[in-house]
Design a protein around this ligand. Structure first.
Ligand SMILES: NC(=O)c1ccc[n+]([C@@H]2O[C@H](COP(=O)([O-])OP(=O)(O)OC[C@H]3O[C@@H](n4cnc5c(N)ncnc54)[C@H](OP(=O)(O)O)[C@@H]3O)[C@@H](O)[C@H]2O)c1
Length: 206
């Protein structure tokens, strides 16, 4: 049931952090994305409470990272419960003003000014962009010795089975923001449009 609630978000976290698992051309960069080892690393997840972000937090923890979650304040209790080691409320202090020397930043939001995260990352570290459209910091990243990488999720049954075992044994869980019937699809769409998502919106086909 949990994997059914978030198959593509779960696979996105898996393919960014565990194993890409396919040879399809990357529409955003020349080379394939290659997940870095996370054991003992410090990982900052921006958009940590969202559909993709809350699974990135948990998969990074499972891979042995120390995780800093960045989200608006209402998500702090959830993210601590999901295993985040530290929390930054971006509405009170921008992450780039309080963090430095991070090994990996995962931006699970996208939009403007993703380049600011380069200031947070140590030389030899990496910036993973879940939505890379508009990122203009490639030259600066190269100067600083930071790898910038992205991937586009693909369906993959074997990976879902592997990740599903982590759901089954409680290592990770899918958080449900809200649930709607098919007849309420329009309300579900409105919910997604309001933003500040905490996990996934579920549509039930009754
Ligand atoms: N590469 C791929 O294959 C792939 C796959 C799936 C999704 N995506 C992309 O990934 C992105 C996230 O998707 P999603 O489904 O996780 O979205 P989502 O569920 O709407 O989550 C976005 C989260 O970001 C937070 N947020 C909004 N503005 C923020 C800001 N300025 N700083 C920090 N957090 C902020 C929101 O809550 P708060 O503001 O309350 O913290 C929310 O929890 C989208 O751009 C989507 O297109 C890419």
């Amino acid at each position: 049931m949990q994997a059914a609630a978030a198959p593509m978000s779960l696979l996105t976290a898996w393919q960014f952090l565990v194993e890409l698992g396919h040879d399809e051309p990357n529409p955003f960069q020349d080379s394939h994305h290659s997940p870095a080892p996370l054991e003992g690393k410090t990982v900052l997840v921006n958009g940590a409470a969202g559909g993709v972000g809350h699974l990135m937090v948990q998969v990074a923890k499972w891979k042995g990272a120390r995780v800093i979650a960045v989200a608006s304040g209402r998500h702090e209790a959830l993210l601590t419960d999901l295993g985040a080691d530290a929390f930054i409320d971006y509405t009170k202090q921008p992450a780039e003003t309080v963090m430095q020397d991070v090994d990996l930043v995962i931006d699970a939001v996208g939009g403007s000014n993703m380049e600011r995260f380069l200031n947070v990352i140590k030389k030899g570290g990496a910036l993973y962009l879940v939505n890379p459209l508009g990122f203009s910091g490639h030259e600066e990243a190269q100067r600083r010795g930071i790898v910038v990488s992205t991937a586009q999720v693909r369906s993959n049954g074997a990976q879902l089975a592997q990740a599903g075992r982590l759901l089954d044994d409680g290592t990770i869980r899918v958080v449900i923001d809200s649930t709607f019937s098919m007849a309420e699809a329009s309300a579900a769409h409105d919910r997604a449009g309001r933003g500040s998502m905490q996990g996934k919106v579920v549509l039930i086909n009754e």
